[in-house]
Design a protein around this ligand. Structure first.
Ligand SMILES: [Mn+2]
Length: 430
C-alpha cells in the first residue's frame, strides 16, 4: 500500500498580485497529482490548506477540480482535512472543501464533536462523511484544524481509537492540520510532543500540515512543507511531499520528495562602508550581478522555462552612513530588476540610521568612518555627556585590543580605569 502525503497547497494565492504566482500554486498541485499517478499510489492525503482562502475564486476551483478529477478518473481516492486557511468562515457555512466532498472528489474526514466528546464514525459513501476511511490494511483517521482545542480533541481520539473495529487494519494514519511546538519558534501555539504521544500505540503515521517547513519526528510524525513559497520565511527549506510505502507487516518507509518550485533568492548588502548613496548603489549592483552568476545553474535546471525567473529580495542592513532622505529605495530596486530580471523584486530596508554628518562625497578612510560612528553613538547616550572624545578613544582602544586578542582581564582593566577616571572627573564638574 502506497500513499502520497502533501499539505499546504494554498491554491489561489495570487502572491504579490502576480498572475504568474497564482499559476505557480496551481502548477505545484498539478505536479503532485501527476506524481501520485506516476507512482501508482493507492491514496493522496492532503493534510489541510488545499486553498489559500475560505472564499475561492472560480479559476482556483478549476485548478482544484482538474487535479482531483484526474485522480478520480484513475480511481485514486483523496483524503483531506480542513486547514486554518480553507475552513468555512462560520461554522454553519459550507466550505469549498465540503463542496468538493459533496461532489465525491475528496473524502473530507472529521470526527463529530458531541458534548460527550469526539465520535469516530466510518466513512459513509452515501452521506459523504465520516471520521475514518480504510484502504486495504491502512486506516486513515482525519481531524480538521482545531487551533487551541486540538490537544483536548486528540486526547479524546486517543481514547476512542482502540474501540474501533479492527477489520484487518495493520497501520493507522492520523491526518490533521497542526504544528508541533518548537519546529518554527516564531509560530507559537503548536502541539507539545506530550499532547501527541498518547496516540503513539494506536497510530503509526501522523500526517501533518500547517507549518510550511518540512520536518519528521521519530519516524512517526511527518510534515512535508508547503508546495510553493508563501513567504520568504519558508524559502530556505527544501519542501515537498512524502511518498509512503506501508508493508503488509505494518512497517513503513517515508521518502521526502522535493517538488519544482519557483526560486526565492535573497541578496544581502551590508551598507556600513558605503559613505555615499552612489557607493551603496554600486555595491548593490555588484552583489546582484554576483548573485545572478551564482544562481544561474540552479535557475537553468528548472525544467519549465515559465518558472525560471526567480523572486528576488534585496536586503539592506547595517548602519547607514548618510542621511536616510538621500537613500532612494526605488533606485536600489530598479538596479535589482535591471541586473537580475526577476519575476518580482523587492527591497527590504533593515538599515539603522546613525544620522552621521558625513558630507556627500567625503572620502573617508575606514578609521575615520569608524571614529565618526563611535562618536555619534556616544553622543546619543546621556551617560557619557561631556566625555564624548575620551569615550570614543576608549572604544577604539578596546576594539583594537579585542582584535589583537588581548586577555579579557586586561581589557576589563582598561575599561575600569577609564570609567573610574570619568566618574571622578564628573564629580569635580558638578
Ligand atoms: Mn498553510
Amino acid at each position: 500500500m502506497r500513499f502520497l502525503h502533501i499539505a499546504d497547497v494554498h491554491l489561489g494565492n495570487q502572491q504579490y498580485n502576480l498572475k504568474e504566482r497564482f499559476n505557480d500554486f496551481g502548477r505545484a498541485f498539478g505536479d503532485m497529482v501527476t506524481l501520485a499517478l506516476d507512482k501508482g499510489v493507492d491514496a493522496l492525503v492532503i493534510a489541510g490548506d488545499l486553498f489559500h482562502k475560505a472564499a475561492v475564486e472560480p479559476l482556483t476551483l478549476l485548478q482544484a477540480e482538474d487535479g482531483l478529477q484526474r485522480l478520480h478518473d484513475a480511481g485514486v481516492p483523496v483524503i483531506a482535512v480542513h486547514g486554518n486557511h480553507d475552513s468555512a468562515r462560520y461554522t454553519a457555512q459550507m466550505s469549498w472543501l465540503d463542496y468538493l466532498g459533496e461532489r465525491g472528489l475528496i473524502h473530507l474526514l472529521t470526527p463529530q464533536f458531541e458534548p460527550s466528546g469526539a465520535v469516530l464514525l466510518p466513512w459513509d459513501d452515501r452521506e459523504k462523511q465520516g471520521a475514518y476511511l480504510d484502504i486495504g490494511y491502512v486506516r486513515f483517521v482525519g481531524v480538521p484544524w482545531l487551533g487551541a482545542s486540538a490537544p483536548r480533541a486528540l486526547g479524546e481520539i486517543a481514547q476512542k481509537l482502540p474501540a474501533l473495529p479492527a477489520d484487518g487494519i495493520r497501520f493507522t494514519v492520523l491526518v490533521t492540520h497542526a504544528g508541533v511546538e518548537g519546529q518554527m519558534p516564531h509560530m507559537p501555539g503548536g502541539l507539545k510532543f506530550s499532547q501527541i504521544s498518547p496516540l503513539r500505540d494506536m497510530v503509526q503515521y501522523v500526517a501533518l500540515g500547517h507549518l510550511h517547513k518540512p520536518y519528521a519526528v521519530d519516524d512517526w510524525i511527518y510534515n512535508p512543507g508547503s508546495l510553493e513559497t508563501c513567504s520568504f520565511d519558508e524559502a530556505e527549506y527544501r519542501r515537498g511531499a512524502y511518498l509512503v510505502e506501508v508493508a503488509e507487516g505494518g512497517s513503513h518507509h517515508a521518502e521526502h520528495l522535493v517538488n519544482v518550485q519557483r526560486l526565492f533568492l535573497s541578496v544581502t548588502v551590508d551598507v556600513d562602508l558605503c559613505a555615499t548613496p552612489e557607493a551603496l548603489y554600486s555595491l548593490v549592483r555588484a552583489l546582484v550581478q554576483e548573485a545572478r552568476r551564482k544562481h544561474e545553474a540552479d535557475l537553468e535546471a528548472i525544467p519549465d522555462p515559465e518558472r525560471r525567473k526567480p523572486v528576488v529580495r534585496l536586503i539592506l542592513r547595517g548602519n547607514l552612513a548618510f542621511d536616510r532622505s538621500q537613500l532612494d529605495l526605488e533606485k536600489a530596486r530598479h538596479i535589482l530588476l535591471e541586473e537580475f530580471e526577476p519575476l518580482h523584486g523587492r527591497v527590504d530596508d533593515r538599515t539603522t540610521l546613525l544620522g552621521l554628518a558625513v558630507e556627500k562625497g567625503a572620502d573617508l578612510t575606514r578609521e575615520e568612518l569608524e571614529r565618526l560612528v563611535f562618536a555619534e553613538l556616544i553622543r546619543r547616550d546621556p551617560r557619557f555627556r561631556g566625555h564624548e572624545d575620551e569615550m570614543t578613544t576608549l572604544l577604539l582602544e578596546v576594539k583594537d585590543k579585542a582584535l589583537k586578542k588581548t586577555e579579557p582581564a586586561a581589557i576589563y582593566d582598561t575599561l575600569d580605569s577609564h570609567l573610574r577616571w570619568m566618574e571622578e572627573g564628573s564629580d569635580v564638574d558638578h
